[in-house]
Design a protein around this ligand. Structure first.
Ligand SMILES: [Zn+2]
Length: 309
């Protein structure tokens, strides 16, 4: 009993007010449920059975955990100069949505040949968007720290001619839980190439990612979003299951929209690029600030694309 009393003292010291009464209740419960001589004291007649202490304390622990998690997210948002704390996405869906090719984005025989679907939005009712980042030119360590710190998911589409400058950088990205996907070896305009050359670009990048990162990607994004029937046949032959495009693009200083309403929609895939001061008037963290500030202000959370595929 002494230990329990000590705990309750500690609790009321750092959690005043209503929590003191929870602590007192728990104390009473422990007192009435106290084991004496190997048998429990029965409740007084007409009284409910005693509350057990452990559930109350488990709940209390959970609340503490939530508060600590929120405080950590608030501190990270402040550290990285965000206007608001990013919203948490819902848990991954128990049943994955059916992904189909967006109307107008089909090639001949798309369904019949079971080619990878080409899409710009994931069907969902949740206010979530997906961040995808392409190419691999900029390798900013601050960007990795920022995304880890903020715990914001994203998916990378990599081209070997840029990634090969520093495979280790993208290994760190993968170690942080980011899926590394296929964006060809040399970033060509694929419809200008023969089927065989397209296949070399796509399968070649599958080999590079497998060699350096241990996995063959299931996702492929054609450079510039340009593809033809051969592209999707080649991608399928290389083991690709999905060909996600995007509905918005975020730069360091502005947003571009595919839709007439110039707005975000539930399930939209957002494109950005690994670029820094060489190409932009700013850094990767500047771009992420622009991205997150808008997304959060509009009530959207950032979810992990792979959770929906
Ligand atoms: Zn690209």
């Amino acid at each position: 009993m002494r230990v329990v009393l000590q705990n309750d003292k500690n609790r009321s010291r750092w959690r005043p007010g209503a929590r003191a009464s929870v602590a007192a209740l728990a104390l009473v419960a422990i007192a009435s449920g106290c084991v004496q001589g190997g048998s429990e004291v029965p409740p007084a007649p007409g009284q409910p059975p005693p509350l057990k202490a452990p559930p109350a304390r488990a709940l209390d622990g959970y609340a503490t955990e939530l508060r600590a998690e929120y405080a950590a997210r608030a501190a990270a948002a402040k550290r990285w100069g965000l206007k608001e704390i990013p919203l948490k996405p819902p848990p991954p869906p128990a049943t994955k949505p059916r992904i189909t090719t967006r109307e107008g984005f089909e090639v001949d025989g798309h369904l019949e040949d079971d080619l990878p679907p080409v899409f710009t939005t994931i069907p969902t009712q949740h206010k979530i968007v997906f961040l995808t980042i392409d190419d691999g030119a900029e390798k900013d360590p601050a960007f990795l720290r920022m995304m880890n710190d903020l715990d914001v998911p994203y998916t990378a589409f990599l081209s070997d001619y840029l990634v090969s400058e520093d495979y280790a950088y993208f290994k760190r990205m993968q170690d942080n839980g980011v899926a590394l996907n296929n964006h060809t070896l040399n970033h060509p305009y694929l419809p200008g190439l023969s089927y065989d050359d397209q296949k070399r670009e796509i399968c070649g990048m599958q080999d590079v990612i497998e060699k350096h990162y241990g996995k063959r990607p299931l996702l492929f994004r054609p450079p510039f979003g340009n593809y033809n029937k051969d592209t999707l046949h080649a991608a399928k032959a290389c083991g690709i299951k999905y060909a996600p495009l995007w509905n918005e693009e975020v730069f360091v200083d502005h947003w571009d929209y595919r839709e007439w309403d110039q707005d975000l929609h539930p399930g939209d895939i957002v494109l950005s690029h690994f670029r820094g001061r060489d190409d932009w008037e700013g850094t990767m963290p500047d771009m992420i600030r622009r991205f997150l500030d808008k997304v959060t202000a509009q009530g959207y959370a950032v979810a992990r694309l792979e959770d929906y595929l």
